[in-house]
Each structure stands twice: as structure tokens, then as C-alpha cells.
Design a protein around this ligand. Structure first.
Ligand code: FE2
Length: 297
């Protein structure tokens, strides 16, 4: 129980040490670095964050070499993290319901999003990127974990443009080069899904967009060699309570049990062809990818 509670406490320290508390031995041939991301701060100078998903992103790095392991962790120096640590108090609202101290007058009409870089970390094309799905990624030095800053992927992303936090990797085969597949969503009365496919060196290989009727809340996708699959959840968004400073934006997303869930099947590299299938109303957040060497659809 105590260990479980630990998951809901802040861990504000930044460490740098060789790991010596090891059971067994690390295979000497194991060489490489494991990166992990997650919300590490669950309070700001004693002010509790309402939901763990609103916590600032902390990157952990475990490097393996010659039978040894080294640990380092650093907070992503997002604009919000730097300003709040300097101020010693919350300056931003959180998407999942965290509000600034001061009630209605402090929170109403403050519609800024704090890019907390806390959802995922990827290393692709010599870039280490901390992801948060509603804004641009932050780039970090893969060795020191120092934050370089926001990364627009060589001008691909506009300021503030979404870049989803669960990219998929296609390892490729004899007929297909490896690629990283991700997407960017602009939602409203209709929504635009832009699929972005990156080659191994990090350059954009393909990009194509679909305009989907209706509001979308899509957190993840799955890929096959020939398709990208999305689930359009039966939800609607009424931002009134968010605008009035009484709820986080994500708390204003409502499940509509009378609407179907729609599966969007997008042929790779085709902007004008996609199919939608309807399912009974269920809500998908994360997906495991059906990609396999045998999958041909
Ligand atoms: Fe997620």
C-alpha cells in the first residue's frame, strides 16, 4: 500500500548515479539506453495537483554498458515548469482539472494550455523528444537530458500545433523501410487528422490529411503495413465549465452512449480515401498495434 501511495507523491529530486543495488548480473552484451517519461511532480510548492496527468514531465534514463547500469533523471524545462518553479506556485490550469489558487477570478477565461511534456518519450532520427499530445514536443539532449526547447520538426509543426503522444514504429521489412507513424489533430465541428510518417533519419517521408465529420478525441492509433487505424469515440465537448474556470478541458468531454464508436481506416499515403465503420458505443484511449510481418491489410 505504501508503494502504491508513492505513485501519488512528488519526486522533485534529480539524480545521477551508477546503480549498485542489482539482483543477479546484467548481461555484459546488453548495451543501450532506456528512456521513460511520466508526471513526477504532483504538487507545486505544496499546492496539490488535482490529477496525476497534470504533473510536470520527468525523463528517466537508464544506460546499460559492460554489465553496469547508470541512472539519470531530469525534469523537462517546459515554459510552465520553469516559470512555476521560479514563482513557487501554480501559474497554469491543468487539462485534467487542476486549477490555480484563487478560485473563479483566478481561473475563469484563462484558456492557456500548459505543455507539460509528460506523456511519452521517443528517440528517433537522433532526436530525443518528450511528447504531450496537445502541443509541440520538447527536445532534450539524449546524454545529459538537458532541455533544448520546443521542436517544430524542421518547420513541420506550427506554434502550438498538436503532435500525438503515442507514435507507432513500423520496423519495416525487405519491401518496406522502417518508419515512425504519428498524427496531429485539429478538432472542432469537423476535425482534421494529419498523418505524419518519418523515415529512419527523422525526415518526413509522407504526410496526408483526412477531414472527419464531428468532434474527435483520439489519443492513439494503430498501424499495419498498409493502413492507419483510428477510433473516433462517441464523445462531445462542451467547454463552458472550462471557460468559466470550474473544470479542466478534459473534464468537459462527455461520453454519449447513444452514438456509435467509429473506426477510421486510412490507407497509407492516401488523403482522399478512408472508410468508417460503426461499433456500439465504447471508448478507446490507447491501442496495441496489430502490425506484424504476417499482417497484409
Ligand atoms: Fe496515453
Amino acid at each position: 500500500m505504501e508503494d502504491w501511495r508513492g505513485g501519488y507523491r512528488s519526486q522533485p529530486e534529480e539524480f545521477d548515479y551508477w546503480i549498485d543495488d542489482i539482483e543477479g548480473t546484467i548481461p555484459p552484451a546488453l548495451t543501450g539506453t532506456l528512456f521513460r517519461n511520466g508526471p513526477g511532480l504532483l504538487d507545486i510548492n505544496g499546492e496539490t495537483i488535482r490529477h496525476p496527468f497534470d504533473g510536470d514531465g520527468m525523463i528517466s534514463r537508464i544506460a546499460f554498458r559492460e554489465g553496469k547500469a547508470h541512472y539519470r533523471n531530469r525534469y523537462v524545462r517546459t515554459e510552465g515548469y520553469v516559470k512555476e518553479q521560479a514563482a513557487g506556485k501554480p501559474l497554469y490550469r491543468g487539462v485534467f482539472g487542476t486549477q490555480k489558487p484563487g478560485g473563479f477570478f483566478a481561473n475563469a477565461f484563462d484558456l492557456r494550455l500548459k505543455n507539460i511534456a509528460n506523456t511519452h518519450v521517443i528517440y528517433w532520427g537522433d532526436r530525443l523528444l518528450a511528447l504531450w499530445e496537445a502541443a509541440q514536443p520538447h527536445r532534450l539532449d539524449p546524454y545529459s537530458l538537458d532541455t533544448t526547447g520546443l521542436d517544430d520538426l524542421d518547420g513541420l509543426l506550427q506554434p502550438g500545433q498538436a503532435f500525438a503522444a503515442h507514435p507507432r514504429i513500423d520496423p519495416g521489412d525487405a519491401t518496406r523501410p522502417p518508419r515512425l507513424v504519428n498524427f496531429s489533430i485539429k478538432t472542432g465541428l469537423s476535425s482534421t487528422i494529419t498523418v505524419l510518417e518519418f523515415a529512419l533519419k527523422g525526415n518526413l517521408a509522407h504526410s496526408y490529411s483526412h477531414v472527419i465529420p464531428g468532434f474527435t478525441f483520439i489519443h492513439d492509433c494503430a498501424i499495419t503495413p498498409n493502413y492507419v487505424v483510428f477510433f473516433q469515440n462517441p464523445v462531445s465537448f462542451n467547454p463552458l465549465m472550462f471557460v468559466m474556470g470550474m473544470k479542466g478541458a478534459a473534464e468537459c468531454i462527455q461520453f454519449n452512449p447513444k452514438q456509435p464508436t467509429k473506426i477510421i481506416i486510412s490507407p497509407a499515403m492516401a488523403s482522399d480515401l478512408y472508410k468508417r465503420w460503426r461499433l456500439p458505443p465504447v471508448l478507446f484511449s490507447t491501442m496495441s498495434t496489430p502490425l506484424s510481418r504476417e499482417a497484409t491489410w
